[in-house]
Write a protein that binds this ligand. Structure first.
Ligand code: FE2
Length: 567
């Protein structure tokens, strides 16, 4: 059974191919178009998937869309009339909704597909992606995001051989994700994409939680575990121009920050208090649910599952002992989730297949690397080709130890927002001026944002306070142990934390080998790892773009498969 899962039209469009329960290929549309968070129909992802797997579209048994368009329309219509006349600006959108959101027509027209089309509810797709790719057979599953059709968060049970059982639902406009997005907008960042910047900024805010009272006024979790926003401060439910009212400015005593204007201490303090309040509400929700389920396992999904700061504290703030967050918990991952949901329901939930591989995108071989080196418009500097990886990795470990910044390109591209060692920029985390150097000459991004470490799985707990947890997809933030804060300056955030990726030898053998070689030289099996792209660009997808990016910035070396390129 070949199932194509598709997500799109909100943010992070993606497509995924699942054959008999196994995720074979998946990629976000943004990687092909270069447009960050591209939300258009993922035609390029689908074309690549079909070509890669030598399939024609009508050999696909079923296409599953990650939302229920009818339910979404019903919610929008209800929202329109409930808040009318404030929603007058939505009139054209409502009028054209059915025409613009005829998903079946879009799929049939774009793909010339004649087969079966199914719809999976938005949060069910989130829950299914997290549950069915997790190592757990029985678990709690929690999905939190901005909004799906009508729901903004669901707490559910995932039980072996059973349907996913949603037990608690939160409804629009009461949304933890939209609280975070609104304050992200108030602080002058782009909602639905700038939240991770606000998370980074929170580390610079006063730990006195100066705006606690204001946030308590904005949002709470009720006695029956429902998120409740104080709607007089919000306008996203009746406006698509602005997410908050003037009362929000009165509450914080400042005007909204203008995009890219100076970041003041008050913005950092608000970011801190937002994160602190988000965590209070999130843990309150989790604790309430766990008290009834008594489960020790938790799968997280939805856009809020990118909140690594909160995720990293779950085992300390709740009774959950094991936490799983998949590589792409937001809507991109729902392409996989929708397809897995459909497969599991059709086979009566009996046949779980292991799906832990995050390297689901385009992969390249030695011929591709050679052609890219020969065909690029750049005059390539020195190119060394290594017959096997041992001497290459030995050399690269030495270069990194000496302070070089390396572009590292191998095998299949990652699915999800994180570089997990196949499209990465790597550097020495023990050198204090490496972080500003990476920021200044390569990433050209805001200086306050932290860089993350990758570490061998067996050594992770020596350096980071992570209670033995495994985090292969880099979605949890932990404290760097006191003894190592001074020696790991480039991956320790100002608040003493780091967003860790643990690497097993079986997970990514080349990166694991590099970490071990680097340990021999530096004493630390840890590397600074950031995504291979420049500011405002998407992660590089192919060898030619990797070479172009290498020459467009001051990166020192580029590793393309078994080639080492210097300028
Ligand atoms: Fe979502």
């Amino acid at each position: 059974m070949k199932i194509l899962g598709i997500s799109g039209y909100y943010h992070d469009s993606a497509a995924a191919l699942v054959i008999n329960g196994k995720v074979i290929s998946a990629q976000e549309e943004e990687r092909f178009t270069g447009i960050k968070h591209d939300n258009r129909f993922p035609i390029n992802s689908i074309k690549w998937i079909l070509k890669q797997n030598k399939l024609k579209i009508n050999q696909i048994d079923k296409i599953v869309w990650y939302e229920d368009p009818k339910k979404k329309y019903e919610r929008f219509k209800e929202q329109y009339f409930k808040y009318f006349p404030k929603t007058i600006g939505f009139t054209k959108k409502l009028w054209n909704w059915k025409k613009d959101n005829d998903i079946e027509k879009i799929i049939r027209t774009e793909l010339k597909y004649k087969g079966v089309i199914e719809y999976c509810e938005h949060h069910i797709a989130h829950l299914a992606y997290s549950f069915y790719t997790s190592p757990f057979e029985n678990t709690d599953i929690v999905s939190v995001d901005g909004v799906g059709e009508n729901e903004t968060a669901i707490c559910a049970l995932g039980l072996k051989g059973k349907y996913i059982q949603p037990l608690e639902r939160n409804f629009f406009p009461h949304s933890l994700g939209l609280l975070y997005a609104t304050i992200t907008a108030f602080l002058g960042f782009k909602p639905n994409s700038g939240e991770y910047k606000v998370m980074g900024l929170a580390g610079y805010g006063s730990s006195k939680d100066l705006y606690k009272k204001q946030f308590e006024e904005l949002a709470k979790v009720t006695v029956n575990n429902h998120i409740e926003l104080n709607l007089k401060y919000f306008s996203f439910h009746y406006s698509d121009k602005i997410m908050f009212t003037t009362k929000m400015c009165e509450l914080f005593g400042i005007a909204p920050r203008v995009y890219e204007s100076e970041l003041k201490q008050i913005h950092k303090d608000i970011a801190f208090s937002l994160q602190a309040h988000y965590e209070r509400l999130f843990f309150q929700m989790l604790n309430y649910f766990q008290a009834h389920s008594k489960n020790e396992n938790l799968c997280l999904s939805g856009g809020c599952a990118y909140n690594g700061l909160a995720n990293g504290k779950i085992t300390k703030k709740t009774k959950y002992k094991n936490v799983y967050v998949p590589p792409a918990p937001s809507d991109a991952g729902s392409a996989i989730g929708a397809a897995l949901w459909s497969w599991m329901k059709d086979i009566n939930h009996n046949k779980r297949v292991e799906n832990i591989n995050p390297y689901l995108g385009p992969s390249y071989n030695a011929v591709d690397y050679k052609n890219a080196i020969n065909s690029t418009i750049y005059t390539i500097g020195k190119v060394e080709r290594f017959d096997n990886y041992h001497p290459l990795i030995e050399k690269v470990a030495g270069l990194i130890n000496d302070g070089a910044i390396i572009g590292w390109f191998q095998d299949g591209s990652e699915f999800g927002q994180r570089a997990l060692g196949n499209r990465s920029i790597l550097a020495n985390p023990t050198i204090s001026n490496i972080k500003p150097k990476v920021n200044r000459v390569i990433k050209k991004r805001e200086g306050f944002r932290p860089f993350a470490p990758m570490v061998t799985f067996e050594d992770a707990n020596k350096y980071f306070d992570m209670c033995g947890q495994e985090v292969p997809y880099m979605n949890q933030v932990f404290e760097v142990k006191d003894d190592f804060i001074a020696s790991l300056p480039s991956i320790t955030h100002i608040d003493g934390t780091a967003r860790v990726q643990t690497v097993r030898s079986t997970f990514n053998p080349l990166i694991y080998m590099l970490l071990k070689k680097f340990e021999k030289k530096s004493g630390y099996p840890i590397l600074l790892n950031t995504s291979f792209n420049l500011r405002g660009q998407t992660m590089v997808l192919d060898p030619i773009t990797a070479i172009k990016t290498f020459y467009d910035c001051e990166m020192d070396y580029l590793v393309l498969g078994n080639y080492l390129i210097s300028k």
